[in-house]
Design a protein around this ligand. Structure first.
Ligand code: PEP
Ligand code: MG
Length: 886
C-alpha cells in the first residue's frame, strides 16, 4: 500500500485518493505551473488512522521520511537545518471541497535554532520571528487544542500597541510556549519530524472534528471519504516588499463576466486574508504595482481554465517577485454566473452544449426565479421551520386572512402567520407577501398553495408560539406583535426580525439559451400544476407544456363561490342541491375557459373536486362562539324584533353547526374526499364535467386548441373509477349534443393510494391516462400525515434515520416502488398508457431523475419549479446517455 504521493508522481490523478487540493497540486505541477514542491498523504492513510483509533500505519512515517528527503534534495534545504532550513505547510483536503472545515499548520520546521537561521538567511529577523510565533500559535491551537482566544490574548499583550517586531514576537513566542505547555502538559516539540507527525495526525483528527462532521451532515457528504494531507515547501508572502498573497477567480463569480477577479494582500500570509485584519486590495492595484507578476497570473489563469475547462478559484503567493500557485479548484459561483459561464465556455469552444447544460445544477435556478434574502450576521433569526416555498419577502405580521387583505388594500406589505392555513385563509394568502405556519409539512395546505403562487412560505415553525387572542407570537428570541416587520426566507426556512434586504430575480438571454438547449436534450415532458388563468399563463412563460393538475377545489374559493358551495352542502334535498350547483357551473366554466385559453395548444388536466366538504363550512369553534355570543345578547334583548332576528340567526347557525358536526371526520385526509364525494354526490361531478366541456367547446369555437383531460382523484377501487368516468362521459355527450359541437378529451385517474397502484392493471382497462399523486401516495404508503409529519420529520433527518423528507424527494424504495409497480401493471394492460406525476415531487430534481428512469411521459410541478424540472429532466437524459455509451 502506498500512502504518500509526491507532487511529481507518474500515477494517474485520483481525487478520491489525493483529495481535491492534492489532485489540483499534482495536476498543476504536471502541467508545468509554478507549484512549490511537496507530497500528498492519501485519504486511505486518514481512514486507516481513524480505523485504528488514532494510530497511523507504521509504513506511513517511513514514506513521509522518503518524501522529506526528496524535498531536501530538490530544494537544497535541510529539514531542521541550522543554515538553510526546509519549512513546510501541512494542509487538509478531502475529495469534496469543505472550505475552512479542517485544519492547516504553516511554517512547520521552525524551532529555536532554525528561526535564527531564517533570520540570518533573509536578513530579516522581524519576519523570522513573526513566522515562528505564527507557527507556535497554530501548532498550539490545532495540535494541542488550546483555545485560540487564549493564545491571541497572549500575543496581543506581548505586542502592546507598537508594531510587532522581532523582540515583541520573541516575547510572544515564549508566552505562547508556556501557555501551550501548561495546557497540554508537554512542550511544543523542537524536533521538526515530531512536529510533522503531530501536525499530520491533527489534520487527520480534524476530519472527525465537530465543524467537519456538521458540514458533512448539512451537505450530504459521506463520512467514509477521509481527508488527504498535502505537505508542501513553504513560500512566504510575508517576506517583505514584492511579496504577498491572494485569491483569484478566473471569471467574476457573481456575474460570470470573463475577467479575472480577486484580492491581494501585500507582505502577508494566506491566513491574514482569511482573518480580515487588513483589507485586501483589488487585483487591479496589483496590476499597477507588480505588472509582471500580474501578467503572469493572467496567463496562468487562462491556461488553468483551458486545462480544467471551467472557471477556477486560485490561491497564489508571491515571494520576493516570484509567483507560486498554491491551489486551484473549480470556483463557487452565483446561479447567474453559473449559467453565463456555461454558455460562454460553449461559445469559446471549450465545452459542448451537453456539458454546458450539465454544468448548472437544477436547484440553483431557484435563485433566479425568486427574490434572494441577503442576510448579514447581525440579522436576528427569530425561528426556523421547513423551507416550503422559496424566495424572500418582508412585511408586517398579521394573524388573520381578512386583515391581511385589508392592509394589503391600503398598500401595506403583510406576512400572514397562522398555526396552519385552510381554504378559508386563501384570500389572505393571496394578499400576503409571505406565509408562516407553526405546524404542517412541505405538502400541507399552506405549502402547496404558496408554491403554486410562487410566494415565500415557511411551515412547521415550531419555535413560534402564536397567541391569536393577544395578536402576538413568541419565539425564544423575541416577542412579535401584530404590525411588527419580519422577513421570511422560504429558501432556507428562516424567519428574520425586521426588514432584511432582498434582491430581485432576473432572467437574461443566457438563461434562455441554456434552457433552450436543455429542452432539446430532455425526454420527459414538463407540465405545471396551476388552478387559475394567471398561474397557467405564468407557467407557460416558464416553459410548461400543459397543465398536469388543475385542483378544481381552489376555484370554489371566493365569497360568491363559497356561498354557493355552502348552499349546496346545506341543501335539504337533491333539488335544492341541484339549484346551488347550477349557480356554480357558469363560474367554473369561466375559470376553465381562462385556463384553456392560457394553455392554447396544450393539454389541460382538470381534477374533479377533492377535499372533504366540511372544509367549505365555517370553522366549528368560531360557529360555537358566535352562537354563544348571540345567546348572551338574546338574554338582554328587549324588543320583539331584536329577539326574532337573534333567534333566526341562532337557528341558522345551529343548523350549520349540526352539518359541520355531521360532516366532521376524525381523519379527513383519509375520509370522505376525492372520488368518494363524487360517488355520494354525483351531481357535483356532473356539474364539473358540464363546466369543463362547455368551456372546452366554447374555446374551440373561438379557435383555441383545447384538449381537456378529466381526472378522477383518490381512486382505490376500480369500480369507483368506472362509475365516475361513466358519469363524466355521459355528461360530455349531453353537453356536446346541447351545443352541437364536440372536442376530443380523455378521462383518467390519479394513482395516489397504494391499492390503486397495485390494481393499476385493472384500472388501466378503463382509464386513458394515469397521474401519480405522490403527495397522498407518500402519506398513505409511509403512514405519515401530510399535515402533522412536519413536527417530527426534521428530527428524523437530523438524527440520520432518513436522508430526506419523503414529501420533498421521492422515497425510491417504498413509494417509488409502488409507482414502478403502477407503471408496469398499467402499461401491461395498455402499452401506450400516458403516465405522469403531479405530486410535489414533480419539481424535485432527484425525483424527476427517478420518474425518467421508470419511463413516465411527463412530470407536473408548481409553475416556479417548471424550469427546475426542465433542467433536471435534461440532466437525467444526458446522464443516462453517457452511462449507456460507457
Ligand atoms: C397528490 O396527492 O400528490 C396530489 C397531487 O394531490 P393533492 O396534493 O391535491 O392531494
Ligand atoms: Mg392527492
Amino acid at each position: 500500500m502506498t500512502w504518500v504521493y509526491p507532487f511529481n508522481t507518474d500515477e494517474p490523478v485520483d481525487r478520491d485518493i489525493l483529495g481535491g487540493k492534492g489532485a489540483g497540486l499534482v495536476e498543476m505541477r504536471r502541467a508545468g505551473f509554478p507549484v512549490p514542491p511537496g507530497f500528498v498523504i492519501s485519504t486511505s492513510a486518514c481512514l486507516a488512522y481513524t480505523a485504528a483509533h488514532g494510530v497511523a500505519p507504521e509504513e506511513l512515517w517511513d514514506e513521509v521520511a522518503v518524501g522529506i528527503a526528496s524535498l531536501e534534495s530538490v530544494t537544497g534545504k535541510t529539514f531542521g537545518g541550522a543554515t538553510d532550513p526546509l519549512l513546510l505547510s501541512v494542509r487538509s483536503g478531502a475529495a469534496v471541497s469543505m472550505p475552512g472545515m479542517m485544519d492547516t499548520v504553516l511554517n512547520l520546521g521552525l524551532n529555536d535554532t532554525t528561526v535564527e537561521a531564517l533570520a540570518k538567511q533573509t536578513g530579516d529577523s522581524d519576519f523570522a520571528w513573526q513566522s515562528y510565533r505564527r507557527f507556535v500559535h497554530m501548532f498550539g491551537e490545532i495540535v494541542f487544542r488550546v483555545p485560540s482566544e487564549r493564545l491571541s490574548a497572549a500575543v496581543a499583550t506581548a505586542h502592546g500597541s507598537a508594531e510587532p517586531d522581532a523582540a515583541s514576537d520573541q516575547v510572544a513566542t515564549a508566552r505562547l510556549k508556556m501557555i501551550i505547555e501548561g495546557h497540554a502538559s508537554r512542550p511544543v516539540p523542537q524536533d521538526p519530524v515530531e512536529q510533522l507527525h503531530l501536525a499530520i495526525a491533527a489534520v487527520f483528527d480534524s476530519w472527525d472534528g465537530r465543524r467537519a462532521v456538521d458540514y458533512r451532515r448539512v451537505h450530504g457528504i459521506s463520512d467514509a471519504l477521509g481527508t488527504a494531507v498535502s505537505v508542501q515547501t513553504m513560500v512566504f508572502g510575508n517576506s517583505g516588499k514584492g511579496s504577498g498573497t491572494g485569491v483569484a477567480f478566473t471569471r467574476d463569480p457573481g456575474t460570470g463576466e470573463r475577467k479575472m477577479y480577486g484580492e491581494y494582500l501585500d507582505n502577508a500570509q494566506g491566513e491574514d486574508v482569511v482573518a480580515g485584519i487588513r483589507t485586501p486590495l483589488s487585483l487591479d492595484v496589483m496590476a499597477t504595482e507588480m505588472p509582471d507578476v500580474h501578467q503572469q497570473l493572467l496567463d496562468i489563469s487562462g491556461r488553468l481554465e483551458s486545462h480544467y475547462r471551467d472557471m477556477q478559484d486560485i490561491e497564489f503567493t508571491v515571494e520576493r517577485g516570484k509567483l507560486w500557485m498554491l491551489q486551484t479548484r473549480s470556483g463557487k459561483r452565483s446561479a447567474r454566473a453559473a449559467i453565463r459561464i456555461a454558455v460562454e465556455l460553449f461559445d469559446e469552444k471549450i465545452i459542448s452544449r451537453e456539458e454546458a447544460v450539465l454544468r448548472v445544477t437544477p436547484d440553483r435556478l431557484e435563485e433566479l426565479l425568486h427574490p434572494v434574502v441577503h442576510a448579514s450576521t447581525d440579522d436576528v433569526v427569530l425561528a426556523r421551520g421547513l423551507a416550503a416555498s422559496p424566495g424572500g419577502a418582508s412585511g408586517v405580521v398579521v394573524f388573520d386572512a381578512d386583515e391581511a387583505v385589508e392592509l394589503a388594500e391600503e398598500g401595506k406589505k403583510v406576512v400572514l402567520v397562522r398555526h396552519e392555513t385552510s381554504p378559508d385563509d386563501f384570500h389572505g394568502m393571496v394578499a400576503a407577501q409571505a406565509i408562516v405556519t407553526t405546524r404542517g409539512g412541505v405538502t400541507s395546505h399552506a405549502a402547496v398553495v404558496a408554491r403554486g403562487m410562487g410566494k415565500s412560505c415557511v411551515v412547521g415553525c415550531e419555535d413560534i408560539e402564536v397567541d391569536y387572542a393577544e395578536q402576538l407570537f413568541h419565539t425564544p428570541k423575541a416577542e412579535i406583535t401584530k404590525g411588527d416587520w419580519v422577513t421570511v426566507d422560504g429558501t432556507t426556512g428562516a424567519v428574520y426580525l425586521g426588514e432584511v434586504e432582498t434582491v430581485s430575480p432576473e432572467l437574461d438571454d443566457n438563461y434562455s439559451t441554456l434552457m433552450g438547449w436543455a429542452d432539446e436534450f430532455r425526454e420527459l415532458a414538463v407540465r405545471a400544476n396551476a388552478d387559475t388563468p394567471v398561474d397557467a399563463a405564468r407557467a407557460r412563460e416558464l416553459g410548461a407544456e400543459g397543465i398536469g393538475l388543475c385542483r378544481s377545489e381552489h376555484m370554489f374559493f371566493g365569497d360568491d363561490r363559497t356561498a354557493a358551495m355552502r348552499e349546496m352542502i346545506m341543501a335539504p334535498n337533491a333539488i335544492a342541491r341541484a339549484d346551488a350547483l347550477t349557480q356554480l357551473a357558469p363560474l367554473q366554466a369561466k375559470d376553465y375557459a381562462g385556463i384553456f385559453e392560457a394553455m392554447d395548444g396544450f393539454p389541460v388536466t382538470v381534477r374533479l373536486l377533492d377535499p372533504p366538504l366540511h372544509e367549505f363550512l365555517p370553522d366549528r369553534h368560531e360557529t360555537i362562539m358566535e352562537i354563544t355570543n348571540l345567546k348572551l345578547r338574546l338574554r338582554k334583548a328587549s324588543s320583539l324584533e331584536a329577539i326574532n332576528t337573534l333567534l333566526g340567526r341562532i337557528n341558522e347557525l345551529e343548523t350549520v353547526l349540526d352539518r359541520i358536526e355531521r360532516l366532521s371526520e376524525a381523519n379527513p385526509m383519509l375520509g370522505h374526499r376525492g372520488c368518494r364525494l363524487g360517488i355520494a354526490y354525483p351531481e357535483i361531478t356532473e356539474m364539473q364535467a358540464r363546466a369543463i366541456f362547455t368551456a372546452a367547446v366554447q374555446c374551440a369555437d373561438k379557435g383555441i386548441a383545447v384538449f381537456p383531460e378529466v381526472m378522477v382523484p383518490l381512486v382505490a377501487f376500480e369500480s369507483e373509477f368506472v362509475s365516475q368516468s361513466a358519469l363524466v362521459r355521459e355528461t360530455a355527450e349531453k353537453v356536446f349534443a346541447e351545443l352541437g359541437a364536440s372536442v376530443d378529451y380523455a378521462v383518467g385517474t390519479m394513482i395516489e393510494l397504494p391499492r390503486a397502484a397495485l390494481v393499476a392493471g385493472r384500472i388501466a382497462e378503463h382509464a386513458e391516462f394515469f397521474s401519480f399523486g405522490t403527495n397522498d401516495l407518500t402519506q398513505s404508503t409511509v403512514g405519515l400525515s401530510r399535515d402533522d409529519a412536519g413536527r417530527f420529520l426534521p428530527g428524523y433527518i437530523r438524527r440520520g434515520l432518513i436522508d430526506a423528507d419523503p414529501f420533498r424527494s421521492i422515497d425510491r424504495e417504498g413509494v417509488g416502488e409502488l409507482v414502478s409497480i403502477g407503471v408496469e401493471r398499467g402499461r401491461k394492460t395498455k402499452p401506450d398508457l400516458k403516465i405522469g406525476v403531479c405530486g410535489e415531487h414533480g419539481g424535485d430534481p432527484s425525483s424527476v431523475a427517478f420518474f425518467h428512469e421508470i419511463g413516465l411521459d411527463y412530470v407536473s410541478s408548481s409553475p416556479f419549479r417548471v424550469p427546475i424540472a426542465r433542467l433536471a429532466a435534461a440532466h437525467v437524459s444526458l446522464q443516462s446517455r453517457t452511462s449507456s455509451d460507457a
